[in-house]
Write a protein that binds this ligand. Sequence first.
Ligand code: NAD
Length: 245
Amino acid sequence: MGRLDGKVIVLSAGAQGIGRSVALACAKEGAKVIATDINIEKLRELEVEGIEVHRLDVTNNADVEAFAAKIDKIDILFNCAGYVFDGTLLDTDEKSWDFSFDLNVKSMYRMCRQFIPKMIEQGTGGNIINMSSVASSIKAAPNRCVYGATKAAVIGFSKAVAVDYVKNNIRVNCICPGTVDTPSLQDRLNARPDPKKAYDEFVARQKMGRFATADEIAHLVVYLSSDESSYITGQEFIIDGGWSL
Ligand code: NAD
């Protein structure tokens, strides 16, 4: 028996990294997984038993509406899509500021506006998990000005939605990873003038001396998706190997 038997989970950013690991972990626990991403070619690699894939750009309202119209039942919504803009305040032009908020925060507003009415209507409640970061209101990280602001907003947003829909049996939590070894992390390291030095510096700030794996984050998402966490709502879950200590 799986921990998520009979549940339907819809998630964004499923093509790689944490979203991909969550899709596989939830399918393994018996959920029907509806994985989405803007990168449909990469996402198709995930088309295995228990996982259905759809192209979805979470920054496009029409796209989100059309996608939601195809979904009959949803138990869990995992809003994973997000992006790191690397820079200080003075590095961050207005376009980068707006894009970061659009992808990291407003995408969650769009998805919740479509799926919360379905959760209420189906009468069985729902469960929303939003992707934040420990680089947010929890901890400052260098060169993460707009990123930290967006991820702090995710925490506030998650609490606000949790309190408004608790009577509808909808839980809302968010997760705050430290540094996770994913393709985009590797891209960010490779973009530095000296990738090896950048890697060593990133690892040096990890108290456990290593990055998290995407699978370690997926275990937390499975727990929050399952009924094992049924009395938990409105919380931020730090999973950072002690980085914020
Ligand atoms: P990643 O950055 O490697 O991949 C992100 C995925 O998002 C890609 O598949 C990409 O195609 C998809 N995507 C980008 N724009 C999209 C859009 N408009 N619509 C739909 N999909 C889109 O993945 P990751 O590193 O696992 O990060 C996933 C989430 O976890 C992000 O929100 C990130 O901020 C957060 N996070 C990551 C880390 C880390 O160290 N990797 C730490 C804390 C939080």
